[in-house]
Design a protein around this ligand. Sequence first.
Ligand code: SF4
Length: 441
Amino acid sequence: MNGPGEKRFYIETLGCPKNAVDSDKVAASLLADGLVPAQHAADADVVVVNTCAFIEAAREESIETILSLAEARRRGARLVVTGCLAERAGAELAAALPEVDAVVGFAAEGSIAETVDLGLPRRKPSGVRDLLELPRATPSAPWAYVKIAEGCDRACAFCAIPSFRGRQRSRSPESIEAEVRALVDGGVAEIVLVAQDLAWYGRDAGERGSLAPLLRRLDRIAPDGLARVRLLYLYPSEVRDPLVATMLELDTVVPYFDLSLQHCDRSLLRAMKRWGSGEQFLRTIETIRSADPGATFRSSFIVGFPGETEPEHDRLLEFLDAAQLDWAGFFAFSKEDGTAAAGMPGAAPEPLVREWLRECEDVQDAITRAARDALVGSEVEVLVDSRDGDTGQFVGRTYREAPEIDGVVHLNADWGRPGAIVRAHVTDAVGTDLVAKGVSR
Ligand code: SF4
C-alpha cells in the first residue's frame, strides 16, 4: 500500500553484471526523485526494464520481459525501457511496442520520473546521463559491482558493444574511490570491478597501466572494511606485469583472473580481430600459476565463429585440457547486425555448433569438478553472503568464486552473519558448490 502521494518503482535487469550497476544507479536516481522501491512490478507506478542487446537470445528475452511486465503492471503504471536495447534500437522499440511509455537511452536528458511525468514535486533532479557518476543505493549483499569505465576502444569482429556504448570513458580514481568508500561504509566487504575492457582503464585519459595504481588506491580502504577487490573482464594482452604483480601483491585483490580469451586458435582470433594465441594464453596462465599456485582462472569462449571447423574446435578442446581453467563459459556465435563478423562466410551449421558446445562443456565440467573436489579437506576463508531462508544455513564464497557467476560455499555453521568473513573446513563438493564447516569467525 502506498503512502499518500507516494510513488513506487520497480526495476527488472537483464544481461551482464555491468547492467546491474546501471540498474543500481537508475534506482538511486529514482530514489533521489522521491520514489520508493516496490517489491513487485504490480505494486509500482514506474516499471523500468534495463535491457540487454548482446546477442539475439538476450534481445528476445528483453522483449519478452517488456511484454510480460506490460501485462503485470497495474492500471496507469508507466513502463520505461532503458539499457543496451533501448540504445541500440530505441526508435524501432518505441514504434513496435505501443505499451511502452518511454524508451530512454544512455544520453537521455532529465530523470526517468520527469520523462514519464509522474507529477512529482521536483526534488534533486538527476538525469540518466552519466549514469557512471551517479550515487547508488546501498546493496543488500556484502558485495557490489563497481563500474570503472564505460564503452570500449576495441573492435572485436563479433561484438556490437562499441557501436552503441561508444569509446571508452574512464571514471576518475577519486570518483571510484568515493563510491567504494560509500559502499564499504554501508557494509560491503567485496568490490567487483567491471568495465567492458577492465585493464584498458585510464587509456582514454592518456594513461597506460592505470589499473594497478587504482588497485593500490583501493587497497588503502582495507582498514575500513574492504576485504576483497575482484577484477572481471581482462583482455589477455593487458594481463602482464605490473598488473599481475600488483594483483598478487595486494592483500585486498583476490588472485582471480577472468581472462577474456574467446578462442585459442591464432587464425580464428585474428579473424575475430583479437590479440593472442593458445600458446601465449598458456604462457600467461603458467607464469601466474607459478607465482601463485592458488590463482583461479575463468574465461569465456565463442563456439562456431565463421571459419571454425573441426581442427580449430579440436584445438580448443586440447587448449581447455592444457589450461585447466577453474571456470569457463561457452557461447554459440551470434551474427550481430553492424559487426564485421555478420558478413563473414563459413559459419558452421547450428546442429554442429550445438554438438561442439556440448563437447566443450563436457571437457570443462570435468575440469571444474576436479578442481572443486581437490578443495575438499582444505581450510578456506568464506565471505558470508546470505542466509538460506529454508535451511537456515549460511551461503558464501571464497576468493575462488565470483558472485552470481561461479559456485558458492554452503556453510554448515549455526553462527555467522552476512558480511562476516569466517574460516571453514571444506567437507564436500557438490557440483560446482562446496560444503564447509565453520571453524572460526
Ligand atoms: S573487448 Fe571486444 S568483446 Fe569486449 S566489449 Fe570491446 S569490442 Fe566487445
